[in-house]
Structures are given as structure tokens and as C-alpha cells.
Design a binder for this molecule. Structure first.
Ligand code: LLP
Length: 418
């Protein structure tokens, strides 16, 4: 449940009228609801209340410092995948011992930074990475806490581009090599084996692939323990889907938790989760204004001032996002292709989407845009990065300002010879 509601034909974020916010801050703009972020975090954390659990919010979903501060305040940890995300998590005040570091390509510098910071755990994705972490830690006279991310060869995820748990995917240690690599890790002086990690994909709307993967991992833990390896933590990744207004309704966190407790209870391990989308996805909308209504020969286009550079999910993953007029319009619905101004045919948010007749100047809200929205935006076509706004009750604050054109070119320089 989120806090973007219709009040007498006007769309509100909590107690803020989005038309007034758009007039003040300008469009396009991302708007997040603090109450929704907190609510989603609590729904997830409460589902595991009786179990020893760390909910390490996946920073990649929405990494704005203000969003991270809200979640830090709820007691969230962080799942980071770069030194940049580690920097953000630390800046937001997330406790170091609640930070896990994932990702297939951690560099020596990133490993050193995370080791120096004293994070909870490295989720290691390959044998060469294991050895690099060992080298860096041993040189510093330290032992890096690690889990191996294993690839259970289970298909899952809302789109092939966000499925990560099949053996042909680049992620994780091959299932057949896992036991031997644990034995290798135990013999190294620079690492301390803590646990097992798995993450099979994103926008998963069915418990079956989770259960298949987690059951395999549970039996691996039994095998590792039989080999004499101590396993204290089990990181089950993220991936729980959210309702986008179309497609299957994903399982409720309570049902997800019940299945996990059943599968993992005999193991007596501390559980770690890395949810991203489930927390931030429905806590944000992208507000945009209609620039033109264009009648094509076969299509009617709603050309809005947000583009694929601002929200790439429809272009990149064929993702569905509901689109709502911010002030209710009347009349029979007609199909629109809702498109942006970017010079690419894939700059399209929706195809033949039935909407009440719209006019230039009207506002629309692209719903469920709080996760993988602003973080994946770019300046393509030299369009300014979209500002972000956080709402609390009847107040709001700009949490990332819109850059000026001079800000945008400020990192560039012409060489002396020009
Ligand atoms: N842990 C790891 C290791 C991950 O790779 C991811 C997401 C997560 C946790 C968080 O997954 P979530 O709970 O958000 O599903 N940009 C795509 C999604 C990419 C997901 C990448 N990894 C999209 O917009 O659908």
C-alpha cells in the first residue's frame, strides 16, 4: 500500500497536492513518500520479527541520501555494489556492521575501502575475487568476512534482463564449484568464512523459484557443515516483486517470510535480506507535464516532458508503469502512445494506453517509479537530471536539485590546443 491517493479528483502524495508541487518545483520531477518508504520497510522487517534478521536495503534501487537516511532511521542496513554506494550508505549514517558488499566486479580499491570501513560482509562472486580480497586483507593484516554468492541455476525474474540465477548468468559461483571453493576459502589467512549468499533475480512474482533456490542453498549449508565449515549467516538477496498495475500480483512479504522460515528454520542461521524494489518502488512517482498532443496518421501521441533518459524501465525492460492524470479529466478514454522528447523511437512510456482525453499543460504521474528510476537516469540529449522531492505529511523538500546547464558541463574541459 502506498500514500499516493486521489482526493476529489486530484492526486496527492500524502497531504501534498501534486499539482501545486509541480507548479513550485517544475517538471519532470520524482516525488517520494516518506511514509510509504517507512511502511514498506516495516512490512518487510516485521514479517521476520521473531527471527534474527538483517534487512540490508539494496541501495541501487534508490540511492538518494535522504531516502537512505529515512531507511537508516528505520534500522535498515545496506547492500552496496560499489565504493560510491558505500560512500552514500556511510554518509546516510547506516551502521557499518549492517553493510554487505555485493557485485561481480569489485576492484582492489573498492575492496580496500570496504575493508577499511569495516563492513559486515563481502558477498564474493568468483574464485579470482576471493583471492584478491584475501590478498588485500592479508596485506593489511586483516581477515575479510565473506560469504560466497552461489548460483543455484534457477530461472526467475520479471524479464530476462533482470534474471540472475541461471548458470549462463554472470552472477555467483557455479553450483558445481561451490563446495570446493569454500574449502579453498577456509585455507586462506585473509578471509573469514561467515556464510552463504544467493540472489536469483528481480521483480519475482511467484514463491516457487525462491523456494527452489533457497532449498538448494539449505542443503548446501548442510554439506558445508559436514565438511567442517562454520556457516553463521545466510543472505537470501532481494527480488520480491511489487504490483505495477498490470501482470501478476506478487506474494505478500508475510507469505514470503513463512516459506523462508519453513525452509531455513532447521539451519539456525542469521538471515540477511537485500530488498530494493519492494521498499522503494511504490514509494515514488515521476511527475511530468504534457507538452503536446500530436495526432499522427495512425496514432495519437501524448508527448510529455519526461523521457527515457529520466525513466528507462519501459524502454529497457518493456516495463509497464501505470500513468495517471494528476487532475482527473472527463470523457471517454482514448488510446495514446505516451512518449518523451528524446530522439529515439524507444522513448515511449506506454503504447495504446487508454486515458481520458488530455491536453497540453496537463500533468501525469508515472506510477511505481521509486525504484530503478532516478538512479538509472542520464543526461542524454543534454537533458538535466530530474530533481527529486521527498514528501512528509503536508511538507516537502527538494532532495536533489535540478542541475543548471553550467552544472552539467562543469566536469568537461576543452584541451589547451582548442
Ligand atoms: N541484491 C542483489 C545482489 C541484486 O543484484 C539486486 C538487484 C538486489 C539485491 C535488489 O533486488 P530487488 O529487491 O530490487 O529486486 N533495473 C532493473 C532491476 C535490476 C535489479 C538488479 N539487482 C529494473 O528496473 O527492473
Amino acid at each position: 500500500m502506498h500514500h499516493f491517493t486521489d482526493r476529489g479528483g486530484r492526486l496527492f502524495a500524502e497531504d501534498v497536492d501534486l499539482s501545486a508541487l509541480a507548479a513550485d518545483v517544475g517538471t519532470p520531477v520524482y516525488v517520494y513518500s516518506e511514509a510509504t518508504l517507512r511502511r514498506h520497510f516495516r512490512v518487510f522487517a516485521d514479517a521476520f520479527a521473531e527471527t534474527e534478521t538483517l534487512v540490508a536495503y539494496s541501495v541501487k534501487a534508490n540511492s538518494n541520501i535522504a531516502v537512505l537516511k529515512v531507511l537508516a532511521d528505520e534500522g535498515a542496513g545496506a547492500d552496496v555494489v560499489s565504493a560510491g554506494e558505500l560512500h552514500r550508505a556511510m554518509k546516510a549514517g547506516i551502521a557499518l556492521k549492517r553493510i554487505v558488499f555485493s557485485g561481480v566486479g569489485k576492484t582492489r580499491d573498492e575492496i580496500a575501502a570496504a575493508l577499511d570501513a569495516g563492513i559486515l560482509q563481502f558477498n564474493v562472486e568468483s574464485a579470482p575475487e576471493l583471492h584478491l580480497i584475501n590478498d588485500v586483507a592479508a596485506a593489511a593484516g586483516a581477515r575479510a568476512p565473506i560469504a560466497l554468492r552461489v548460483n543455484p541455476d534457477v530461472a526467475a525474474g520479471g524479464h530476462e534482463k533482470i534474471s540472475t540465477g541461471k548458470k549462463e548468468d554472470k552472477f555467483g559461483v557455479p553450483w558445481s564449484a561451490a563446495r570446493a571453493l569454500y574449502a579453498e576459502a577456509r585455507a586462506l589467512d585473509g578471509v573469514a568464512v561467515k556464510g552463504v549468499d544467493v540472489h536469483i533475480g528481480s521483480q519475482i512474482d511467484d514463491l516457487a523459484p525462491f523456494e527452489a533456490a533457497f532449498s538448494k542453498v539449505a542443503s548446501l549449508i548442510n554439506d558445508l557443515r559436514a565438511d567442517g565449515c562454520e556457516i553463521d549467516t545466510l543472505d537470501l538477496g532481494g527480488g520480491l516483486g511489487i504490483p505495477y498495475g498490470e501482470g501478476a500480483i506478487p506474494p505478500h512479504p508475510d507469505d514470503y517470510a513463512a516459506m523462508i522460515k519453513r525452509v531455513t528454520a532447521p539451519l539456525d542461521v542469521k538471515l540477511i535480506f537485500e530488498p530494493g524494489r519492494m521498499i522503494a518502488g511504490n514509494a515514488g512517482v515521476l511527475l511530468s507535464r504534457v507538452v503536446y498532443v500530436k495526432e499522427g496518421e495512425e496514432k495519437r501521441f501524448l508527448i510529455i516532458d519526461a523521457g527515457m533518459n529520466d525513466l528507462v524501465r519501459p524502454a529497457m525492460y518493456d516495463a509497464h508503469h501505470d500513468i495517471r492524470p494528476v487532475a482527473a479529466r472527463t470523457g471517454d478514454k482514448v488510446p495514446y502512445d505516451v512518449v518523451g522528447p528524446v530522439c529515439e523511437s524507444s522513448d515511449r512510456f506506454a503504447k495504446d494506453r487508454p486515458l481520458e482525453p488530455m491536453q497540453a499543460g496537463d500533468l501525469v504521474a508515472v506510477m511505481s517509479a521509486g525504484a530503478y528510476g532516478a538512479v538509472q537516469s542520464s543526461q542524454y540529449n543534454t537533458r538535466a537530471l530530474v530533481p527529486e522531492v521527498l514528501v512528509r505529511g503536508d511538507q516537502y523538500a527538494v532532495i536533489r536539485r535540478r542541475p543548471t546547464f553550467d552544472d552539467m558541463v562543469s566536469l568537461e574541459a576543452a584541451p589547451d590546443w582548442l
